[in-house]
Structure formats: C-alpha cells, structure tokens
Design a binder for this molecule. Structure first.
Ligand code: ADP
Ligand code: MG
Length: 443
C-alpha cells in the first residue's frame, strides 16, 4: 500500500516524494487512517519501522483539512523523552512542512529559555519538545494550549521511566478539551504505568500493535559473550571491533563515568570514539551528535540517553558493554541498528554484574539466548545460579502457626573475586535511586 492510498492530503504526498519510499510501512498503513479518522491511538511496532511519519502525517493532514480552534495556539505538540530524539523528529516534521505556510519550533531543556519565549511569541503551529521544558513554559504562561488539536507522545513509556508523569499531566490538563486527539507511540507499550496514563490522557483509544515488542527483530543478529571482569570485557570489545566490518557503532555503558573511561581507552587504541552523556552541556551534545551523524567519529559511547528513537543510517553494530538496567531498553538499544529493512548486529557483554539483567532480557524476549566464544578469550564465568527459594517457613507460616521448616545452613555463594577487584561494570548498585521524579529532560 502506498501513501496515496491512505487518504493523505496531496501536499503531504508531494513532500513525501522527497524520500524514496516505495510503500507505507505496516504501522503507517494501520495507524494513519485511524488517526485521520480522529481516534486516539496507542500504537506500537518494532524499532525502525517508521513510527515518526505514522504520527507526523495525520497531525499535519488534520491541520490542512480543518479549521484551527484558535488563531494563536499551536495545533500540534509532539513530546519526546530526549533532546536528541526531539531534534530528529523536528527534522522529519520540517521536511513534511516544506512548501506549507506553517511555522514550527523546537523547545528543549538545556537551551535558552528566553529565546524560546520569543519563538513562542511568533505563534508556531507545531511544537516538538521535551516534556520538562514545555511544562515550564506553561507555568511561565509563555505557552497556551487551549487550541491544541493533536498531542503526540513518542516513546511514552520512556518519558514515564524518566519521571515525567507530572509534566505529561500538566500538559494534558492545559489542553483538555473535547476535541483534542492524543497519539501515543513506542516499540514497548506494555508498561503498567503506560496503561494508567493512557487511561487518563486518551479517550477510548484504538490499540494498534504490529507484532509484539519481544518478537525477534529479523534484521538484527544478536550475540552474547560471557565476561569475567572489566579487563575481559575490554579484551572482547577490542576483538569484536577488530573483526567486525562496521561502518558505525554505538556502545552502551551503564553510567556516564563509564562512557568517558571507555572512550579514552578506545582513543588510546587509535579508534575514533566519542562519548555522549546527559552530563554534557547542550552545545556539547549537539556537536557530538552532529559529528557522529556525519561519521567524523565511527564509535559513539553512550548511556540510555541514546537508546531511544535515534535513526542513524550507518549504525551497523550496537554493543552493550553493560546490560541495561531497564529490560525494555535492550530492545531499544539494539534497535539503533537494523533500521528500515537494513541489517544490523547487536553484541552484548555479560559479566557477573550483568547476569540478572541478562536473565530478565532472556525472559522478556522469550528466547533461549546462547553465548558465543572468541578464540583465546574464553573466560571462567558461566552465569549465576538463581537463588534457592524455600517456600516453607518464613514469617507467614509463623503467624499461621504452621510448623517451621528446619533451617539448613546456607552454602557460601561462589563468587569470582577477580571481578570485584576491578571497577564495577554493568551494575546499578552505585547509582543512587531517584526518590523524587527528576526534573531534567533526559538522563
Ligand atoms: P521508528 O520510530 O519506528 O523507530 P522511524 O520513524 O525513526 O522509526 O523510521 C526509521 C527509518 O525508516 C527512518 O530513516 C525513516 O526515514 C524510514 N522510513 C519511514 N517510513 C518509511 C517507509 N515507508 N519506507 C521506507 N523507509 C521508511
Ligand atoms: Mg521513533
């Protein structure tokens, strides 16, 4: 099915012809007609399957075909969890706005607030934003959303993970009128929090899922290596990078500090690597992303700040130097490759501290994941046994007065000491748990 069969305005079809797309993807075929019909939508499909156009096109179509509720307020707002993703979506929106007389603006955290106030005074018709900063503009009354037609939440589940539920509610309440349409998209929407916020923000939504989030991504080849400790991980990484015929690589680590340390290591090996993390200033982040997109650097070392949405054509390999803290992030991280039908490789290094995350990923994917071995780099670590559960005994039974099971002395757990002598990798234990929702736009 081609885009012209989806009932889209001719001006949009003309702009679409800039791309060389032969046909609409499945999610586009399914979501666009429903969105054009005015229904709220909870839509999911695998990474790299064209979800951006599946919400940008109906949003613009609606603006072209119907009268605005207000002469000044924006008609469409698209929210994304990270600044980099918001920028990318904005780029796609601008392409689709070519030749149309609509203004659009990008409102991101970390950028000058007053410049944004000035941009909002020009009454842009469309806004792409990170939720924290957009909520700040509502607070500041530099933005009114009474006339909003369409609210899009891209990667909705990630915005909730980052603690943006209050900001999403605030934006929702600022544009709460009968005719507003809300579209939620992600590759992973099974989060219970998503259902909760969807129940509040969406009006009898239609659910569209193309495949399930744990379905094997046929274009991505996954490989897993067992690692004893940090040095072992680095040796495996070095070999993988030597042997892989990569064009560009994204390497994910557990923490910001790890991104810096690993990047230095790679640079010492004369590999062109650069680190991106949420601790950098926005101009630094912009420069790094633009250099990586232009392949000035072949390797980007990052955290989950780059796990969502980013569409960089030359990324042939994704490497999980550490396994992700949130299980769904595995799907998103590996989905930075194998986009729009191209092939990609995903390699994960699994040390003792990654083991629990690895097992959760395995359960989530419902696949029996096997380990590969590199010649001369076979380690000792074989995985950890699940903790033994003794269902007899315990507090409940004491209360109920049942006889307690006889306590058997615990066997000492065998641990690989060498791992503990090294810098901690793949673990979240050193990251202080956020008690309050963070008020930043991303990690
Ligand atoms: P998702 O949000 O599902 O991860 P994106 O919207 O980022 O995916 O799109 C992934 C890539 O696919 C982009 O490079 C985009 O230009 C391309 N794309 C979008 N629609 C089509 C299509 N109909 N045919 C081929 N490629 C497409
Ligand atoms: Mg996307």
């Amino acid at each position: 099915m081609h885009f012209k069969d989806l009932g889209l305005d001719n001006r949009l079809l003309k702009n679409l012809s800039h791309y060389d797309f032969r046909k609409a993807t499945e999610i586009q075929q399914k979501a666009i007609p429903v969105a054009i019909a005015g229904k709220d939508l909870l839509a999911s499909s695998k990474t790299g399957s064209g979800k951006t156009l599946a919400f940008v096109l109906p949003m613009l179509h609606k603006s072209l075909k119907s009268k605005a509720f207000s002469a000044r307020d924006p008609r469409g707002v698209i929210l994304a969890p990270t600044r980099e993703l918001a920028k990318q979506v904005y780029g796609e929106l601008k392409t689709m706005l070519g030749g149309l007389s609509y203004e659009a603006t990008l409102i991101l955290g970390g950028e000058n607030f007053n410049d944004q106030v000035n941009a909002l005074r020009r009454y842009p018709r469309f806004i792409v934003a990170t939720p924290g900063r957009l909520a700040d503009h509502l607070e500041h009354r530099s933005l009114i959303l009474d006339g909003l037609d369409t609210l899009v939440l891209d990667e909705a589940d990630r915005m909730l993970d980052l603690g943006f539920a209050p900001e999403l509610r605030k934006i929702h309440n600022a544009a709460k009128h009968r005719k507003r349409q809300t579209l939620m998209f992600s590759a992973t929407l099974e989060h219970t929090d998503v259902n909760e916020i969807a129940a509040e923000m969406l009006d009898m939504p239609k659910r569209i899922s193309v495949g399930s989030s744990n379905q094997e991504h046929k274009d991505i080849t996954q490989k897993f290596y067992l690692c004893d400790h940090l040095d072992h991980k680095e040796a495996i990484l070095e070999r993988v990078l030597e042997e892989a015929k990569y064009r560009q690589v994204i390497i994910f680590t557990a923490t910001r500090v790890d991104t810096e340390r690993l990047t230095e290591k790679l640079n010492e090996q004369k590999l062109k690597a650069v680190a991106l993390s949420g601790s950098l200033t926005q101009p630094q982040r912009n420069t790094i992303m633009s250099q990586f997109e232009r392949a000035v650097f072949k390797i980007l070392v990052t955290t989950d700040v780059a796990s969502r949405g980013l569409d960089i054509a030359n990324v042939t390999h994704v490497i999980n130097f550490d396994m992700p803290k949130h299980t769904e992030e595995y799907v998103h991280r590996v989905g930075r490759t194998g986009r729009a039908g191209s092939k990609g490789d995903a390699i994960s290094l699994v040390g003792p501290k990654d083991w629990d995350s690895f097992k959760r990923v395995e359960t989530y994917l419902q696949q029996d994941l096997t380990f590969s071995v590199l010649e001369g780099l076979k380690g000792k670590f074989k995985g950890l046994r699940p903790p033994k559960k003794d269902y007899r005994g315990g507090k409940k039974d004491v209360k109920k007065g049942r006889p307690q099971a006889k306590k058997t002395p615990k066997k000492p757990v065998k641990r690989d000491k060498s791992f503990h002598n090294n810098v901690a990798v793949g673990d979240t234990v050193f990251i202080p748990k956020k008690k309050v929702a963070p008020k930043v736009d991303d990690e």
